[in-house]
Design a protein around this ligand. Structure first.
Ligand SMILES: Cc1cc2nc3c(=O)[nH]c(=O)nc-3n(C[C@H](O)[C@H](O)[C@H](O)COP(=O)(O)O)c2cc1C
Length: 603
C-alpha cells in the first residue's frame, strides 16, 4: 500500500486528513463528498476514532483510491490499451461455445504465464498473527457509512474462496457485515461465484474456508469486482494486466492462498447450515438494500503487516469511485463481449444508470432484428444478464458518452410502438422488480432511420403544467426535455395518490402535447437535475409494470411503488447523508460544500 500512497502523492492525488474523525458516519461522509468533486483525491484519514466505544485506532484509513481516471490509469493501466491487447490475442482463435470460452480465458491468461505463484512460509501480511479469541473484528476500524446501515461493514474486502475440490479459485469483492467480534457476514449474491461454491460445501455438509484480504495492491480489489466467469481466477487478470505473477501465501488456519502483500487477512470458515439477516446497507444503487438472509463466517485468525493501512470505499448515489473502476472494467470487457456479439462496436454503461440499469450499445446492423438478437445475447452473458434497459444504436451514431448528441440520436429513433419488453434475471439489488432477482427488461432498437415526425404540439412548460393541474392537482411541477427531437420528453413530479396509469389516462386531452411522459415523485426529485433524474428513472422502473401506452403516447412511471401498484415488496429509502454530520463537518471546516452541491447530488 505504501507504493500506492507514493504514486498517488507524486500525482497530487492524495490528501491527508489529520482531524479526529469517527468511523461512525463521519469518515464515510467526507469520502462520499470528496469523490463527487471533479478534482477529487484519495483520502488518508490518520486520526481515526470510534467515539461510541471511546477508542482510538493506530492505523490510518485509505479511501477513494480510485478517485479519478488518472488514479485508475496509474493503479490499473490504460483500459483501452489493455482492451486492444486482449483483442489482438483473441483474434488468434475466436472461441465457439461456453466451455471454449472458459478455456479461452485460461488460454488468454496462460499465454502470458501469469498464474499466481505460491510462496512458502509466511508473507508480510502475516507479520502479526492473532488466533481464535484473540482475533477480534472490533480491533479493525470498520466503518458504518449510513445511518440506516445494519452495522459496520468492511467495504473493500477481497474475498478469496475455492471450490469444494479445490480446483477452482475465486476472488470476489463483496461487502462484509461485522456482527460481533468474530462473526462476519458474506454478502455474495445469489448469482455470484462464491455462492456457487457455498452450495457445493453445503451439499457436502462441510464448512467452507474463506480468507479476506484488505489492502495491498489496489489491483486486487479491481480484479475482485471484474465479472469473470466462474472457473477463471481473478488473479490471472492481475498477472495479465500487471505482467507479473501475483505472489500468494497460505492462510494460517485454512487452506486458502492470499496475496502476500495485503495489509490484513481475516481467516475463517463459513457455517453452511445457518444464515443471518444481512443489511440494511446503503448501496451503490443509491438505495438501501433490503435485509436478506446470507451466510456468515466465524473468524479463526486475523493477521496483518507491521504498519497496516485499512482500505475502504463508500457506495451510495452516483458518482462515486465505482464510476472510475467500472469504466476501466467496461473497456477491458469490450473485446470479450465482442466474442459473443461480433458486430458490437462499443458499449457504455453510464454510472448514473448504476451500470446494469442502463446500457447503450453500438453495433453494425446487417438485417432486421439484429439489434434484438444482440440484446438477447447480452442478456445471456454472465453479469450482463442483469442489464435492465438496453438501447442499441447503429454504427453511424455519435460517441456513446457524448450525452447530448447520443440522446438526440436515440430520441429521433425510438419507435414507442416497437419496444421489446421481456423478463429475466435482474441484479439481486434491484428494488423495483415485482420479485427478488427476476424482473422486466426493456430493449430499444434505435439502429434504424429517424422516425416520422408525429407533430407533437409542444407548448410552454408553464402552460402545459397549468393544463395538467386543471386535470389533476397531484401534478406539482413539469419540465420538458429534448423538445426538438421526434420524442420530446415531458417530466412531471407528482404527489402520488393512486396508480399513475390513472393519471396518464386522465391526461388524455393533452396527449397532442406529449410524446413520452416521465412521472417521478415530488419528494427528493428536482426536475432540472437531468443526471439524477436518469438515475431515478432507470432504478425505479420495471418495464413489465411501469410503461403505459395510449394514442402514440407513452408514460414511464418512475415513482416509488406501493400498494397502488400492487407492489408487495418493501420499497427502500434513498441513501442520504445525515444532516447533523454534514453540519458538524462543515463547522469544523473538514468539508466545504454549498446548497447547490447538495442539490446537484441529492445528498
Ligand atoms: C464497491 C463494490 C461493492 C460490491 N459489493 C458486492 C456485494 O456486496 N455483493 C456482491 O455479490 N457483489 C458485490 N459487488 C460486485 C462484485 O464485486 C462483482 O459482481 C464481481 O464480479 C463478483 O465476482 P464473482 O463473480 O467472482 O463472484 C461489488 C462491486 C463493487 C465495485
Amino acid at each position: 500500500m505504501n507504493k500506492t500512497l507514493t504514486l498517488l502523492r507524486e500525482h497530487n492525488l492524495l490528501r491527508e486528513i489529520d482531524d479526529e474523525l469517527d468511523i461512525y458516519l463521519e469518515i464515510p461522509h467526507v469520502a462520499y463528498i470528496e469523490v463527487k468533486k471533479p478534482t477529487s483525491q484519495a483520502l488518508l484519514f490518520t486520526n481515526v476514532v470510534d467515539k461510541k466505544n471511546n477508542k482510538k485506532f493506530d492505523e490510518p484509513i485509505l479511501m477513494n483510491v480510485f478517485c479519478s481516471p488518472k488514479a485508475v490509469e496509474l493503479l490499473i493501466g490504460d483500459g483501452d490499451a489493455i482492451a486492444s491487447e486482449i483483442s489482438s490475442l483473441l483474434k488468434m482463435k475466436p472461441p465457439s461455445g461456453f466451455r471454449d470460452k472458459i478455456s479461452m480465458f485460461n488460454r488468454l491468461f496462460n499465454l502470458k504465464s501469469v498464474f499466481p505463484k505460491r510462496d512458502k512460509g509466511r508473507g508480510e501480511c502475516q507479520e502479526f498473527v492473532k488466533l481464535a479469541d484473540e482475533a477480534k473484528l472490533s480491533d479493525l476500524p470498520v466503518l458504518t457509512t449510513w445511518e440506516q446501515d445494519g452495522g459496520p461493514f468492511i467495504t473493500m474486502g477481497q474475498v478469496y474462496t475455492q471450490s469444494l475440490d479445490g480446483n477452482m479459485k475465486n476472488l470476489g469483492m463483496y461487502r462484509l457485515q461485522v456482527y460481533d467480534d468474530n462473526t462476519l457476514g458474506m454478502h455474495w449474491q445469489i448469482h455470484k461465484d462464491s455462492n456457487h461454491f457455498f452450495h457445493e460445501y453445503k451439499k457436502a455438509g462441510k464448512k467452507m474456508p474463506v480468507s479476506i484480504g484488505i489492502g495491498g495492491d489496489p489491483m486486487y480489489i479491481w480484479c475482485g469486482q471484474a465479472p469473470l466467469p466462474i472457473g477463471v481466477f481473478e488473479l490471472l487478470l492481475y498477472g495479465f494486466v500487471k505482467k507479473e505473477n501475483a505472489r500468494l501465501v497460505k492462510s494460517i488456519t485454512n487452506d486458502i492462498y492470499i496475496p502476500r502483500d495485503v495489509d490484513y487477512v481475516i481467516e475463517g470458515f463459513v457455517d453452511v447450515e445457518n444464515l443471518k439477516i444481512e443489511g440494511p446497507f446503503g448501496d451503490h444503487t443509491g438505495y438501501y438494500t433490503l435485509q436478506e438472509e446470507y451466510p456468515f463466517m466465524k473468524v479463526s485468525a486475523i493477521t496483518h503487516k507491521k504498519d497496516p493501512m485499512f482500505a475502504a470505499t463508500v457506495v451510495g448515489k452516483p458518482p462515486l469511485e465505482d464510476k472510475y473502476m467500472g469504466h476501466a472494467t467496461e473497456r477491458i470487457f469490450l473485446p470479450l463481449l465482442q466474442t459473443t456479439v461480433p458486430d458490437l462496436i462499443d458499449y457504455y454503461m453510464p454510472e448514473n444508470g448504476v451500470f446494469h440499469n442502463l446500457i447503450i450499445a453500438k453495433i453494425k446492423t446487417f438485417y432486421p432484428g439484429h439489434a434484438q438478437q444482440s440484446m438477447h445475447a447480452f442478456w445471456g452473458v454472465g453479469q450482463m444478464s442483469f442489464v435492465k434497459h438496453a438501447i442499441f444504436v447503429n454504427a453511424d451514431a455519435p460517441e456513446l458518452n457524448d450525452h447530448s448528441a447520443i440522446s438526440e440520436y436515440i430520441l429521433n429513433r425510438i419507435d414507442i410502438n416497437d419496444l421489446m419488453i421481456s423478463r429475466g434475471v435482474v441484479d439481486a439489488l434491484d428494488h423495483s422488480s415485482p420479485k427478488f432477482a427476476v424482473g422486466g427488461k426493456l430493449g430499444i432498437d434505435c439502429t434504424g432511420e429517424v422516425i416520422d415526425d408525429l407533430h407533437v404540439n409542444i407548448i410552454d412548460n408553464h402552460l402545459l403544467l397549468e393544463k395538467m393541474q386543471d386535470i389533476s392537482l397531484h401534478v406539482k411541477d413539469l419540465k420538458q426535455y429534448h423538445i426538438y427531437t421526434q420524442n420530446p420528453i415531458c417530466v412531471i413530479s407528482v404527489e402520488k395518490q393512486s396508480c399513475q396509469k390513472e393519471l396518464f389516462e386522465a391526461l388524455k386531452p393533452l396527449y397532442e402535447h406529449i410524446k413520452i411522459l416521465v412521472i417521478v415523485d415530488e419528494k427528493n426529485n428536482y426536475l432540472d437535475n437531468e443526471y439524477m433524474l436518469l438515475w431515478r428513472v432507470v432504478n425505479n422502473i420495471d418495464a413489465t409494470r411501469d410503461l403505459y401506452f395510449a394514442d402514440n403516447c407513452m408514460a414511464v412511471d418512475a415513482t416509488n411503488k406501493n400498494e397502488y401498484d400492487g407492489f408487495n415488496r418493501r420499497w427502500p429509502d434513498d441513501v442520504s447523508c445525515t444532516p447533523s454530520v454534514i453540519a458538524s463537518l462543515k463547522q469544523r471546516h473538514i468539508i466545504d460544500i454549498d446548497d447547490k452541491f447538495e442539490k446537484e447530488f441529492l445528498l
